[in-house]
Structure formats: C-alpha cells, structure tokens
Write a protein that binds this ligand. Sequence first.
Ligand code: PLP
Ligand code: ZN
Length: 443
Amino acid sequence: MKEKSHELRCTGCGARIAGTDATSNFRCAQCGELYEVVYPWSSDGANLPNAGALRWLWQERRSSTLPIDQSGVWRFRDLLPILDDPSHAVTLREGNTPLYELPRCGKIAGVDWLLAKHQGMNPTGSFKDTGMTAALSVAAERGFKVVACASTGNTSAAMAAYAARAGLTSIVFIPEGKIAWGKLSQSMDYGALTIQLKSDFDGCVRVLNDLVKRLPIYMLNSVNPYRLEGQKTPALEMVEQMDWQVPEHVIVPGGNLANSSALGKGFEEMKRLGLISRVPKISVIQAHGANPLYRAMQASGGEQLEPVVADTRATAIRIGNPASWKKAVRIIRATGGWVEEVSEQEIAQAKAEIGAEGIGCEPASAVTLAGLKKLTRDGRIGREERVVLLLTGHTLKDPEYTIDFHRGTLFSDQEASSLRKPPIVLEARTDAVLKALESSIQL
Ligand SMILES: *Cc1c(COP(=O)(O)O)cnc(C)c1O
Ligand SMILES: [Zn+2]
C-alpha cells in the first residue's frame, strides 16, 4: 500500500481522517470544527526532512524550466505533499511575489524598517492564487468536474482562472452589488458561471453549504484545508527573501480569517523543521465595520465570537461571520500578536500612502499599514522591530475606490488629505497649464 502523504486533523476534537474522507463542507462529522492538513513529520520527529537539503533544493528549482518548479507554491512542494502526483498541479506560476521596502510608510508609522510582501502581484492579482493552485489541483486530481465558491470577489477570480486552466466548470456565488468591478469582470473573463445572490457574503456561504451536500461539487472556500497549504508558502518565500532571517512582526488583514492562520502554519512548520529559529508575531487588522474578531478579543479574549452585519468599502474583508476565526485566535495567541480595528478614514489614508510609494494595493490590504500605525502608537510594536505587511490584493482590483478617494467622494465624511490628487480639467492652452503647474508642483 502507498504510504499516506498527509491526513486531515480536526482542529476541534483532534480526530484524524484520510484526505479523501472529508465531508463536502469540510467540517468534522463529530464536532463540526474545521480540519488542518498534517504530515508524517508534523508530529513524528523521526520523519523530519533535512532543513539544509530543502533550502538547497528550493534554490535549485528557481533555475528550472518545469512549471511546478517555476511556481512559487509548488517549488516548496516538499512541505505540501497533498497531490498523489505533483505533475497534476494546476499552476499559473503563482507566488514569487516581491518583498518591497516601504521607507516612507515606515517613517509615517514609526518603524525603522518596513517591508511589504505584495501578494497582489500574483497572476489574478491577489493572494488567493496561492491557495487556489493547491486546492483546485486536489479537486482536479480527485476527478471533480465542477468547483464552486462563495466570495467577496478575489476567491472567485482565482477559482475561475485555475478552473479554466484545468478544464473544470466553476460556479461563483457573490453578493449582489457589493463587489469590486475588477474582480467581477475577472470571473466572467475566465468563463465562470457567476451567480449574484441578493445577500451578503455570509448569505452566499449559507447557500453554498447547502448546495454541496446535494450535488457533486467541490467547495473551494477557505474552509477547504488545502487552500491554506498554498497560502502558507508566502511565509516560506518571505524568509527566503530575507536570507532566512525572521521578521519580528507580520501584519495581515482579517476577513474570513483563514490567511492569518495559514501564514502562521507556514512559520510554525519551518521552525519545526529547523529552517528558522523562531516564529514572528502575527497580528490581524479588521475594518471597524467588519470587526467580529476584534470584538471577540475585547469581550472574551477570543473565546466566543458574535457574528456582526458587516459593512466597509474594503469589500474583500466585508465579512461578519468568519469561518476560520478559531484558527486565527490560536495563531495570534501562539505568536503573541494583536488584533486591531481601523476606520474607513484610516484605511483610505493608508492606501494612499502605500500608493504614493509606487506600490499600491486594494483597500483591504491597506488596513495593515493603518493597523501598524495604531500598534506603534500604543507601544505594542517598537521602532526597531522589523515589520512585514502582507499586501493581499492589487490596486487595480478596485479602481473605483481610488478614484472616489481622490475626488473626495469616497464616503460622506471623507477628511481632507494632502495625498488627494483629483484630475485637473483645463482648456488645451499652454498658458492655462503653466498657471495650473505653478500652484500644484515645485519645479
Ligand atoms: C480574501 C482577502 C482578504 C481576507 O483574507 P481571509 O483569509 O479571508 O481573512 C484580505 N484581503 C484581500 C485582498 C482578500 O482577497
Ligand atoms: Zn472534530
């Protein structure tokens, strides 16, 4: 018999099952909690892969022409052996995203050394690609013909693209009217069946959960534990890009709350294998209008979470009933990180500051910088700490937001900001332009 490469372990009761035995909604049949993927080396010290050999191998693969070696996810496949045959991987060469320095944002936030891991530089423009290549490859290898997700937009864009590459049918459930145009257009472009439900994200999840019980559809929401195996690889990439140094702090936006725990899993596994000597603090930032985790931490230290009705222009994190909140609480506690909330004004200002460094990101990603400012102000992060912001999505995902910010119409009480640069409309005459330049820029 073939040796098991991995199992699923229930994060509630600890029960272990084979990967193929999970129910269609990826909840434990005994206790209803979510699974995580575990490997022989997760608990057994005898099976640990050799850290030095892995580092060398991952470096070597960078010069390979094989698609799975060119992928920034599958290049690390030794730590995610979830496929029977790695050549089954459906890849768009995801990952391999840049780690940028943000000196001006660092100055504003009060830290000496600030970096951004820009996951918006993935093939469909968000970190969801790293998770989707993993989970969709599992779906394809197991013979599923139809995949589906409920999404605030980026998951559907990623799923539609990877499903199209694999020749699978994909069904997208998104909230009606509360989704950024860039994202909606992507799922149509990649040929998904797009269904807009007259509800919010949480309503889309409810319908999808019912549907997968009745039809042979593979669910690709982040309750699917294979997504997190892909989403842990930016942690590996990050420390590789820092020459195997570990930052003190990684700051992540919190929506459905899977990504924070995925990154944590990546760091914890690297520590277990001796690739790094410690795990960074992982902090999660939510929008004030979609802050169930922040409230849960305030009210009960993360013991209980009350769903909220979510509202924020940062649509990627407009989620009131986050599925993976317990996983997030565990990693925040284990690493000593924080949970903060930020206002719509703070998000808009931070997004403009990231844009003004020539980087740009979507609104949900900018909560990281807005949150960092609060954490330094409150003395929770010191000036000398090396901080990495996880920028989750590309600025072109939501151009309407950016234009509304600069025009001053983002929300009714938008404050003045020196970063606002609305377009100037002039007669096509040189003297008119010269006059405008005099008052706008220094020459
Ligand atoms: C999905 C998403 C998030 C939230 O990630 P979770 O894992 O749901 O917490 C944040 N930012 C962007 C751009 C996203 O697409
Ligand atoms: Zn269980």
